[in-house]
Design a protein around this ligand. Sequence first.
Ligand code: UDX
Length: 429
Amino acid sequence: MRLSVIGTGYVGLVTGTCLAEVGHNVICVDNDEAKIELLKRGGMPIYEPGLEELVKKNTAAGRLSFSTSIAEGVRNSDVIFIAVPTPPLPDGSVDMSFIEKVTREISAAMDSYKIVVDKSTVPVKTGEKVAETIRRFRKAQVEFDVASNPEFLREGSAVEDFMHPDRIVIGVQSQRPVPALKEIYAPFNAPILVTDINSAELIKHASNSFLALKISYINAISVICEATGANVVEVANGMGMDKRIGRAFLDASLGFGGSCFPKDLSAFIKIAEQVGYDFALLKEVQRINAMQMDRFIKKITDTLWVVKGKTIGVLGLAFKKNTDDVRVSPAIELCHRLQGQGAILRVHDPKAMEKARAVLKDVTFVDDMNAVPDGCDALVIATEWDEFKQLDLERARRTMVQPIIFDGRNLFDPAEMARLGFIYKSIGR
Ligand code: UDX
């Protein structure tokens, strides 16, 4: 099928590329000329495992192309996916201006029947607004359908998640676009759930909020574990063996971050408020998450007594492993807070150094992770990159002023760390 995807961020670029990979003809559109030029030259604006290879392969095969023109995308496709940002406003609600703007541009360019599919995470009832906007702004009296098709991609495994989805959710206002949408997703061999459009939009916010709730739940349990001498990993393992609960998203940490969970929680709380419901449960999820960072910082300050003037190594800057994304990264917040107390920082991330330079000032960026602990009074692990498990601990113990490690991701075994001579403090163990 002929498709276009408006917006080439993490979601749009992965969506367009993976849809090309299964045989569709896809035009990816973005108003960022520099980004489109880069993509046309074979460069990549983001790091996402497996994406670069697929972009190259499908561009070479002629199934994937890039453009800065929405009109070009719309005229040459039957189905148009909207994947533009929906950032938070200061009050926690969602800024819908990008969606509204591209909807107007799509409407103006429509010259025949089109299906307009929203992939961005949006408040319930957005589809109705999109349809209303198209009706108002279309130049030709062409017919159209609007659908909601939320994405459930995790950064760092977005390609894998797109190619092997647990489910595909399609929300519609009528049955007319369903066969075409099912055809687009047929190659993925995944269960397809067709719902009304409002339910599809809600499924996204409800799912992400539930996952954030799981993390806050295990983080709350980690507090009890620390107070009682229990081990949060054992507790999570035991809970996770119950099929009704599942082990995923039960890794205690210094808190969740990223461009989705914090934003989606705030938005969902706001949406609930607007329909007259106080979603206090989700407010508590936010509170526990903030408290988890406070507790971790307190662990560091309690141990070091005075942070001012101490050199602290930080391993990990991305908000999670396998990505270069530092937006709303707990690791970056941690760096800022330690700097606020006068710490001198030596930092490293396998992929996020470049992006971190824009938000982290007056730190030493260290290329070799094994050199980070050199001369440090303490080392902090802030992101769960697998390679950190291979850290040269023998060297760290020799070169650190004091062998103190704060592990915000529970990467090492506490007994083994004690045996190696470290003062080792992790989460809930
Ligand atoms: C999330 C959703 O998982 C995805 O379905 C949605 O479409 C977009 O938002 P993403 O933000 O990319 O994806 O990352 P995710 O893997 O969900 O992690 C979010 C945050 O939670 C990260 O900071 C991560 O480190 C943290 N986390 C995750 C934990 O602290 N513990 C866990 O057990 C899992």
